[in-house]
Each structure stands twice: as structure tokens, then as C-alpha cells.
Design a protein around this ligand. Sequence first.
Ligand SMILES: *[C@@H]1O[C@H](CO)[C@@H](O)[C@H](O)[C@H]1NC(C)=O
Ligand SMILES: *[C@@H]1O[C@H](CO)[C@@H](O)[C@H](O)[C@H]1NC(C)=O
Ligand SMILES: *[C@@H]1O[C@H](CO)[C@@H](O)[C@H](O)[C@H]1NC(C)=O
Ligand SMILES: *[C@@H]1O[C@H](CO)[C@@H](O)[C@H](O)[C@H]1NC(C)=O
Ligand SMILES: *[C@@H]1O[C@H](CO)[C@@H](O)[C@H](O)[C@H]1NC(C)=O
Ligand SMILES: *[C@@H]1O[C@H](CO)[C@@H](O)[C@H](O)[C@H]1NC(C)=O
Ligand SMILES: *[C@@H]1O[C@H](CO)[C@@H](O)[C@H](O)[C@H]1NC(C)=O
Length: 513
Amino acid sequence: MVTSQLLAYAALFFSCVFKASSLDTFIAAVYEHAVVLPNATLTLVSSGEALALMNRNLDLLEGAIISAARQGAHTIVTPEDGIYGWNFTRDSLYPYLEDIPHPQVNWIPCNNPNRFGHAPVQERLSCLAKDNSIYVVANIGDKKPCNASDPQCPRDGRYQYNTDVVFDSQGRLVARYHKHNLFMGEKQFNAPMEPEVVTFNTTFGRFGIFTCFDLLFHEPAVTLVKDFHVDTILFPTAWMNVLPHLSAIEFHSAWAMGMGVNFLAANIHYPPMKMTGSGIYAPDSARAFHYDMKTEEGQLLLSQLESHPSHPAVNWTSYACSVEAPATGNQEFKGIVFFDEYTFVELMEVTANYTVCQKDLCCHLSYQMSEKRTDEVYVLGAFDGLHTVEGQYHLQVCTLLKCKTTDFHTCGDSVAVASTRFEMFSLSGTFGTPYVFPEMLLSEIRLAPGEFQVASDGRLFNLKPTSGPVLTVTLFGRLYEKDWPSNTSSDLLAQTLQIMLAVIILVAYSLLW
Ligand SMILES: *[C@@H]1O[C@H](CO)[C@@H](O)[C@H](O)[C@H]1NC(C)=O
Ligand SMILES: *[C@@H]1O[C@H](CO)[C@@H](O)[C@H](O)[C@H]1NC(C)=O
Ligand SMILES: *[C@@H]1O[C@H](CO)[C@@H](O)[C@H](O)[C@H]1NC(C)=O
Ligand SMILES: *[C@@H]1O[C@H](CO)[C@@H](O)[C@H](O)[C@H]1NC(C)=O
Ligand SMILES: *[C@@H]1O[C@H](CO)[C@@H](O)[C@H](O)[C@H]1NC(C)=O
Ligand SMILES: *[C@@H]1O[C@H](CO)[C@@H](O)[C@H](O)[C@H]1NC(C)=O
Ligand SMILES: *[C@@H]1O[C@H](CO)[C@@H](O)[C@H](O)[C@H]1NC(C)=O
């Protein structure tokens, strides 16, 4: 009796302790950082000069980290390339690199700085995390020596990796991620042999991490969500905005919604290269975002998020496949969106229903504009195909967008301002993929949090008249399995058959001899 009572008390005690230590919500911070760039990126500097430049950036990051911690943030994300910039060669980058060990070594650099050689940047980041009791996410460079025993070893005898690191609130290194999908210019880095799937657990949910261009691909981004069930993605980036579909705040918030995760995106602030746009995104809506092409200042964002966000299932084709596509009768025409040829139809009336198709994809739109202006043209567009410029990826896209001018040839060009509001819209498509990212972008590159939703039958629709003029409403689908048409399974089979044939011929010849 006594023992069972004691056990009951103990159970109560432990469940209370457990509850107290696991949080339903947490406060996230991201910092858009105006990086101090080195004066010379193509010539070799001393390690002292490299460290001096990195410390200037760390001074700025320190201000943001302290400010975030004072406001109660549990974690802060800082941008890719945020500590030394970009445009390096392999050699000129070398003085900026540190050897970053695997987190399983259980290391708090702030307490034991020289355990793995000279690592002043890791030490400083670790101390910032520890002294302010906050998880700190940063992007730095890792170097790993190699030699002829490794046939892949680069000629200069080392691997150089674009690397995200996470230090927990005690300063411990808890995550190290080597970027897998390097962007065109990143010749200074190597990609790891295999994509790394990096996660860690906290009292406020499970986290995954990857970098910038990784977002366009299946590995490791989709795997982290689908197979490792992370709640929140940490995303350091140096993202160059591309309108109409790939501006940072637009696409990053859409990915959070499409995948049903929290997404913490910290971008570089460098308007000359169109780098701006950071945010804190939950699956149901953007919670905070920042886009600024006018000033040279960095910006700290904070917002509360659910530790375990829920995400209702969506069947992206359910509605679109039930629609009997009425022949719209309007003139279709072709137009280019970021090097891809779309099929467009102009929205002629103030309110109507339209359908436009390309290959396997049909897009349906119902809409009502506030007014049909004569100085603006909007189109409904469909694209189903392989994008091949600055990366190769297969897309299926349904899009409502504003043309740059009233000349049809400008439909798909970058445009940042519009005048037409929509009372109502509902967009859907016959997608051949479950990976569809719903975008909505208003005039002057603003998001519309809480103004739209995706229904379980795959319709993207507004909940109220748009709060501003519309640049685009888009369902951006990715068919990952069609990214490499040259090595699809049928091609692999053909190759295998060819090899078998060759072997048979070889054997036959050897028997003859
Ligand atoms: C670059 O050079 C200018 C002029 O010499 C100097 O004022 C500035 O501090 C230098 N910047 C860095 C990052 O070293
Ligand atoms: C880096 O290189 C790009 C492309 O070559 C160039 O447009 C840009 O001005 C360079 N940026 C800096 C900061 O040097
Ligand atoms: C070559 O690299 C391997 C793995 O890093 C290491 O174990 C070995 O000692 C190296 N050999 C020489 C000759 O440096
Ligand atoms: C996180 O916790 C889950 C169980 O809740 C476990 O399966 C997983 O391996 C843990 N992940 C890490 C990186 O520790
Ligand atoms: C989605 O809906 C369509 C049409 O109702 C149906 O044929 C399909 O099986 C559904 N897909 C899934 C994954 O449930
Ligand atoms: C568009 O389609 C919807 C649903 O099928 C229908 O209720 C509506 O009347 C149509 N609107 C127009 C302008 O044809
Ligand atoms: C297809 O080839 C590309 C590039 O050669 C490679 O990155 C990719 O992993 C391959 N995909 C499959 C499924 O083998």
C-alpha cells in the first residue's frame, strides 16, 4: 500500500518534472546579417587577417545573439557565408577554415578550446551560446586533410566543406552539416560523398538542418521531414531573389507550408546581389519576415512557434482531377519564366474560371478581381518540365501572375509592384507529386500571412480579400524522381542489359581462343 502510494507520488513527480522540461512552444530568432566582406577574396591572406575579418562579423552576430537571448529566444539562426562572405578560390578560402569534429566527440569548445587544434571561431560561437544560454546556428568552413589512400582526395590534399554548426545552450557542438547541393559558383568547396541527414533533439522539438540551394532537392531536405520527422528546419542561406517564384520569403514560407514544418531562414543582407529576405515560418502561416532592398542594415526577427506543429494531410490532385476542364476558348500563348517555357492564358474578365494545361499538368483557377484594370495584365500559367539553368530540377507549376507590362512578351519577367487586388481566388492542379509548395506574394515583395489556406482537396484559396495588390499566387510542385532523365530505371535496365551482352560476347570470344 505504502509502496504503491510512493510509486504514485514518484510517477506524479517525474511526470511534472518531465512536463516542465518539455516545452509546447518556443521562441525562435533569425538574424539577417549585413556581412562584412573581405577586401580581397582572390588572393591569399594570412590566418591572422582572416581571423580579424571573421571577428568583425562575429562582433555583429554577438550583438544579435545577446539581443535575441534577452528577449527570451531559445535559438537563433545566422546566415550562410555570414562570417567571411563568398567569391573565394579553394586556396584563398583556406585561411578561414577550421577543422570541425563530429558532434559525437561531445565537445564544448568554450570550456576546452584546443582539444581539436586551433579553433577560435568555434570557441567564440560556443561561448556566445553558453554565456547567453541559447542555441546558436552558424555557417563556417570545415577542412579535412586527405591523401592518396583515398582515390577521391582533391589534388591539394584536403576537402573543404560549406558547413553549418549548432551549439546548444551549454555551448556544446550538437550538429555539423556539410552542404550537399553546392550552387554553381561554389568551386571553393567539396560536396560530401553522401548527403548527410543531420538531426538533434531538444526540449522544444526535433530539429533538422540544411543550407540554401539544398532546398530545391530531395536530399537531405525531404528525407529530414518524411523519414526523420523533424519539427523545425534550421536554414542558413545566402539566397539571391528571383521573381516571380523564387524570392526568399516567398519560397521558404511555401516550403514550410507544403512540408508541414517550422522553417527558420536567415539570409545574408546584401542588396547589390539581391540577397535579402529572412523569416520565421510555421506550416499554417509566416510568423515574421523581413525583405529590404533599400537599407544596408541587418535585422533581427523573433517569433513564438509550436514545438510540434501539426500539419493536416492534403491530396494535391483531389479537386483538380474532379473538375471537368471546360475549354476556356481563350487564346493560349507561350512565355518564359526564369528560362522555362510556360503556357499562359490571359484573365480577360473581372471574374471567371479558367483552365490551362501543359503536358501532364492541368491548372484550374476561379477568381474575382476587385476591378479589371486596363493598365495591368494577369495570366494563368502551367509548366511541366525540366528546369536546366543554374541547377537541374523537374517542376510542375500552376501560377497566377502579373505580367511586367501589358505586352504579353513580358509575362513571366520579374516585376515587384502591382495594383490589382483579388476578392477571391482558388487555384488547383493535377500534380504528379505530393511535393507542392503554395506561394502567395503581394506587391513590393510582401507575404500575406493568414490570408490564404490549402484545403484537404488541394485547392489554394484566400480566406478574405487580399490585403494588397497581387504579384503571384502559385502552386510550385517538384518531381524529384524526374530530375535526372538520363538515369531513370529503364535506362539503368538498358545499361545493365548492354553490360550483360558485352560480358557474354567477351566470354564467347575467350572460349573461341
Ligand atoms: C578594406 O579596405 C578599406 C580601405 O583600405 C578599409 O577601410 C577597410 O576596413 C577594409 N575592409 C576590411 C574588411 O578589411
Ligand atoms: C562576386 O562575384 C559575383 C559574380 O561573379 C559578382 O557579381 C559580385 O559582384 C561579386 N561580389 C563581390 C562582393 O565581390
Ligand atoms: C592518409 O590518410 C589516412 C586517413 O586520413 C590516415 O589514416 C593515414 O595516416 C594517412 N597516410 C599518410 C601517409 O599520411
Ligand atoms: C531523437 O529522439 C527520438 C525519439 O524520440 C529518437 O528516435 C532519435 O534517434 C533521437 N534523435 C537524435 C538525433 O538523438
Ligand atoms: C487523391 O485524390 C484522387 C482523386 O480523388 C485519388 O484518385 C487519389 O487516389 C488520391 N491520392 C491519394 C494519395 O490519396
Ligand atoms: C466557376 O466555377 C464555380 C464552381 O464550379 C461555379 O460555382 C462558378 O459559378 C463559376 N464561375 C464563373 C464566373 O463561371
Ligand atoms: C543520376 O545521376 C546524377 C548525376 O550523375 C546523380 O547525382 C544522381 O544521384 C543519379 N540518380 C540516380 C537515381 O541514380
